[in-house]
Structure formats: structure tokens, C-alpha cells
Design a protein around this ligand. Structure first.
Ligand code: ADP
Length: 543
């Protein structure tokens, strides 16, 4: 027996129409470093329809890929709405990729049109000669674009069109947007979101089980729109009527605090490195962060001290979330459960997150067998669900899937309440004399030291135990901690055999294109002898 419900497809033009009509007065605000540029959802909606008409006039048809090479901005949001709405596929390009990788993803994605912000023209121009499928480049803004030769202007194209567009009827399973993973191992891999997956993921993001977004929210979107669709927030905010605040390229802590003062956002999202910078700035400058009810932090493990210090010093509530490009983003979020002792709240929030409704999760051991949800048994996390990818775009990667489950490459535990604790990425685990050491946990413990700004731990060869941990530490300016001091302090936080013997001090931990610790670069520097490794001794002990 079938249900009696209408089989209405879940397509992006539906929430688009909803947002622009029902929340016509909600706003999209773009920062220019000094002032703000505002547009209502009604205005953005009209411009998105003009954009769809303009792209159609350029020859864009369903399934054609339209790339964006932009910071977070109103125009970038217009592309998010127009391109999938018209049945084409939005391909958000990571502006921080190396030129070879950028050319690779544009060619592999077969982008026909690219929308580029004027300030980013020189970066795109570097790869222009290698692009095989791009027919038109459209420049947003009126800055110099001569490096690209012949380029169209976004505003000219929009001005020619009427502010209406007849959205086509689409199969909900058809492609809406694509994102490539940042390719820390091998070539970047393309994930293609469908209309259905985007719709469902956005609903989940607005729900109380995740961000509880509504019309009263103002979302400061720091996570780039090219990083896993800004974690789904643009669509979620649009369908909930929440204002969107776009920082453009002004991502330094000082600019960010100014933007927060000017716009009083209620919610924001970014990787931990951004929030560490904001914390350092806020500690020594007068700032008011009180408008933020929730700050979503993820993309890599969130150091517990970061959450504690923000809360104690600035009343700011960081909530950790976990996901990947492959999971559209939200797979788990660390909202504390009910019935706990308030004194224990931080213990819950320091976990990676609780699996969200709509995502199925299991942990499998080395033999591929699911382990119990006891918070103890460790294995690889696997997920499946309507917004989890089941393949990669034109790339045979069977090893990434296990009988319909996505193998995340993350290692950890899950407890009876569905709280996941990631201990490492499979490739970052340190295997010391047959025992595993969690680099994430160790980094967390080292960063708890008041002299430490950042710490990344990598595995290096060791004669006795095959592999041992090397701690690469950034010290607060003026701090004089030695390896012995740091090792001594660490011994009270982790097992003695976890305490590194090898330490090195660096000016900065190298970061990937989306702001995560880039351990591959540290490994390479170590292999080349470019890291100055120092010994840190623990005082003798009977244990
Ligand atoms: P890339 O794989 O290119 O780095 P993603 O943003 O898709 O880009 O990375 C997803 C990975 O980021 C996850 O598999 C996990 O290893 C890591 N990650 C994300 N959120 C967290 C978190 N809260 N704690 C620990 N690791 C996280």
C-alpha cells in the first residue's frame, strides 16, 4: 500500500520561492571592510532570476556546470539560487587551491561558465590557458579584468534581463551543485549534491536537532561558500528567513570583530583556526560578542580550551560539529543532551558531536565488523543517508565505500546516546610500538598550556617503537617554555607514554586551503630536515 501523499519533487526552486516571498524583508549584507551593502531577499531573488535568464542567454542549459570563483558575498548567493534553480550545476571553486589543482577541478568538472569576483581575476587568469571547457568568464564588480582578455560583466548581463524566470521542472535526483574535496591525498575528488540531498540537508540544518535557524537569526557566514557549500548554511538561512552576513575577503580577526559589532549576528560558523585568531584579538581589545547565541565550529577537532576560554572570558558559546564535503556537511553536532549535570556540560560539548537525524552511523573494526555503541570500542566511522555521497564524480573509488556506507577515514568511538568522539583521521593516527596514540587528543592537551597558541602532532620514524610523536608548537609571543616544561605539564594530562620526546617550535602551523592543520607539509619539512627538533625530557618517575 502506498501513502496518499503527493509525490512532489524536492527541488531548490521551492525554498527559493518560499524565501523570497515569505521572508521578502530579510537581508543579505555584504561587508566591504568599512561599510555594509544591504539587499533584501526580495531584491536578491529578483537578481537571481535575472542571473538565471542571463546564463540561459549565454547558452547554459540543464546539467551544464557554472563555476564560481568568489568570496562570500551577495552575488555568490545569487549564483547559489539561480544556477541550480535553472537546472544547471553550481561548481564552487576553492580560491586557495594551487594552480594545477584549480585547473584540474575546472577541467574535470567541465565548467562552461565561471563567475569570478574582480579581486580574484589575477588568480583565475594564472590558469586560464589550461582551461579546456570554459566558454565564458563573467566578472563580478567593475575592477580591472584585463588579465582575462575577453570577459563579460555580471551587472551588464543582469541589467539586460527581466526579473522573472520560469523555473524548469526537474528530477529531484538531478545534480544541483558540486564541490571537490581539498585533495590532501591525491587529486581532489568531486562530490555532486542533488536537489533532493540539498533540500533535505537544509531542512536538517534549520531544525532544532542542529542550528534551530529561524527568521530572528542573523547568520555571519565565515566558512567559505566554496568549502562544502558553506556547510549548507546559505540555503538553510534562506529557507528559514534568517539574514545572511557576508564578510567577503575581510576575514582577519579585527575586521571580523568590527563586522560583529556592526551587524550583531546571532549565529556564525568557521573552522577553529579562525576562532583562535578572534579569541586572541578579543583578549586584548574591547569587543562585544554578546549577540552570538551559537558559534558553530568544525572542519577539524575543536580544542576544548578554545571553547572554555571563549565562554569564560567572552560568554561565547561554541558548538562543535562534524561533517565532510561528502556528507553535505552536518553529520553530528555536540549539543549537550538533557538530564546531565550542568557541571559536566563541557565534557559533552568537547565531544565531536551527536549524530543528527537523517544520518545513519556505525563504527567498524579492522575486520569490517560493527562495534558496540559503548563509547569505548574504536574503529572507522561509516555513514549513510540521503545527504551522504554514494560515489565520486567520474572517479572509481570503490575503496571509499563499504556495502552502501561511506567510509569516512575518521577513527573514533560512539556512545549509547549517539555521541561520536573522533580520535584521529586514519592517516594521522600514530602507531607507537603497536599502540595507537590520538594526535587530536594530544594536540588538545598541549594547547591547554597557557604558553601554547597552536600545536600539531605528527608521527615520525623511531628506532625502538617504529613511530613516535613529534609535537610542532607555536608559542605565544614572549613565552619562554622549553620542551621540558611543556612535557612536564603534559604529563598531568595524558599517559606518560603519550608525552612526546621530540618537540619543535614553529612560527605557524601550515594550513590547508580551508584552514586546517596541514600535517602533510609538516611531514615533508621533517623529512627534508627543515624542522629543528629538540628533546623534551620528563622527570624520572617510578611508574
Ligand atoms: P578535506 O577532506 O578536504 O579536509 P572536509 O572539510 O570535507 O575537507 O574534511 C572533512 C574532515 O574534517 C572529516 O573527515 C574530519 O577528519 C575532519 N573534521 C571535520 N569536523 C571535525 C571535528 N569536529 N572534529 C574532528 N575532525 C573533524
Amino acid at each position: 500500500m502506498l501513502g496518499t501523499m503527493q509525490d512532489h519533487p524536492l527541488v531548490i526552486s521551492d525554498p527559493f520561492e518560499h524565501g523570497r516571498r515569505v521572508y521578502a524583508d530579510s537581508e543579505v549584507v555584504t561587508f566591504d571592510g568599512e561599510g555594509l551593502r544591504r539587499a533584501t531577499f526580495a531584491q536578491v531573488g529578483e537578481r537571481a532570476m535575472r542571473l538565471a535568464a542571463a546564463l540561459h542567454r549565454l547558452g547554459v542549459r540543464p546539467d551544464d556546470r557554472v563555476g564560481t570563483f568568489c568570496w562570500n558575498s551577495q552575488e555568490h548567493l545569487e549564483a547559489y539560487l539561480a544556477v541550480p534553480g535553472m537546472g544547471a550545476v553550481l561548481h564552487t571553486l576553492n580560491i586557495r587551491l594551487f594552480p594545477e589543482q584549480l585547473a584540474y577541478v575546472i577541467n574535470h568538472g567541465e565548467d562552461r561558465v565561471i563567475l569570478v569576483e574582480d579581486t580574484l581575476v589575477p588568480l583565475l587568469a594564472r590558469v586560464a590557458p589550461q582551461l579546456r571547457t570554459v566558454e565564458h568568464v563573467v566578472v563580478i564588480g567593475d575592477g580591472d579584468a584585463s588579465a582575462l582578455g575577453k570577459a563579460l560583466r555580471y551587472e551588464d548581463l543582469l541589467a539586460r534581463e527581466a526579473p522573472t524566470y520560469e523555473w524548469p521542472e526537474l528530477d529531484e535526483r538531478s545534480a544541483a551543485a558540486m564541490c571537490y574535496t581539498s585533495g590532501t591525498t591525491g587529486d581532489p575528488k568531486g562530490v555532486v549534491y542533488s536537489h533532493r540531498s540539498t533540500y533535505l540537508h537544509s531542512m536538517a540544518a534549520t531544525s532544532g536537532a542542529a542550528f534551530a535557524l529561524n527568521e530572528h537569526d542573523r547568520v555571519l557566514l565565515i566558512v567559505p561558500q566554496f568549502h562544502a557549500n558553506a556547510w549548507g548554511l546559505p540555503y538553510a538561512a534562506w529557507m528559514a528567513g534568517a539574514d545572511l552576513i557576508m564578510p567577503s575577503r575581510f576575514l582577519q580577526a579585527e575586521a571580523m570583530c568590527k563586522l560583529i559589532r556592526l551587524t550583531r549576528p546571532t549565529l556564525s560558523a568557521a573552522v577553529p583556526t579562525i576562532w583562535s585568531d578572534v579569541l586572541r584579538y578579543a583578549d586584548s581589545n574591547p569587543v562585544d560578542l554578546s549577540s552570538l547565541r551559537m558559534v558553530i565550529c568544525g572542519g577539524s577537532a575543536v580544542p576544548r580550551v578554545l571553547m572554555e576560554r571563549f565562554e569564560e572570558r567572552h560568554g561565547l558559546r561554541i558548538i562543535q560539529a562534524w561533517g565532510m564535503t561528502e556528507t553535505s556537511l552536518i553529520a553530528a553536532i555536540a549539543l549537550p543532551p538533557r538530564g546531565i549535570d550542568p557541571a559536566d556540560e563541557m565534557d559533552w560539548r568537547a565531544k565531536t558531536g551527536r549524530v543528527v537525524p537523517g544520518v545513519q552511523l556505525r563504527i567498524v573494526d579492522a575486520d569490517g565488523k560493527p562495534v558496540p555503541w559503548d563509547g569505548e570500542a574504536v574503529g572507522e566511522i561509516e555513514v549513510r543517508g540521503p545527504w551522504i555521497t554514494g560515489a565520486y564524480h567520474r572517479a572509481p573509488t570503490l575503496e571509499k565505500f563499504d556495502d552502501g556506507w561511506l567510509r569516512t577515514g575518521d577513527v573514533g568511538t560512539v556512545d549509547a546516546k549517539g555521541f561520536v568522539q573522533i580520535t584521529d583521521r586514519a592517516k594521522d593516527v600514530i602507531k607507537s610500538g603497536g599502540e595507537w596514540i590520538s594526535s587530536v587528543e594530544l594536540e588538545n592537551a598541549i594547547m591547554a598550556h597557557p604558553d601554547v597558541v597552536e600545536a600539531a602532532v605528527i608521527g615520525v620514524p623511531d628506532d625502538r617503537r617504529q613511530e613516535r610523536q613529534l609535537a610542532c608548537v607555536v608559542l605565544r609571543s614572549g613565552a619562554a617554555s622549553t620542551p621540558d616544561v611543556l612535557a612536564g605539564a603534559l604529563a598531568s594530562r595524558v599517559a606518560r607514554w603519550w608525552v612526546p620526546e621530540r618537540w619543535c617550535f614553529v612560527d605557524e602551523v601550515p594550513k590547508t586551503s580551508v584552514g586546517k592543520f596541514d600535517k602533510k607539509v609538516l611531514q615533508k619539512r621533517f623529512a627534508e630536515g627543515a624542522l629543528e627538533v629538540r628533546e623534551g625530557q620528563l622527570p624520572e618517575s617510578g611508574s
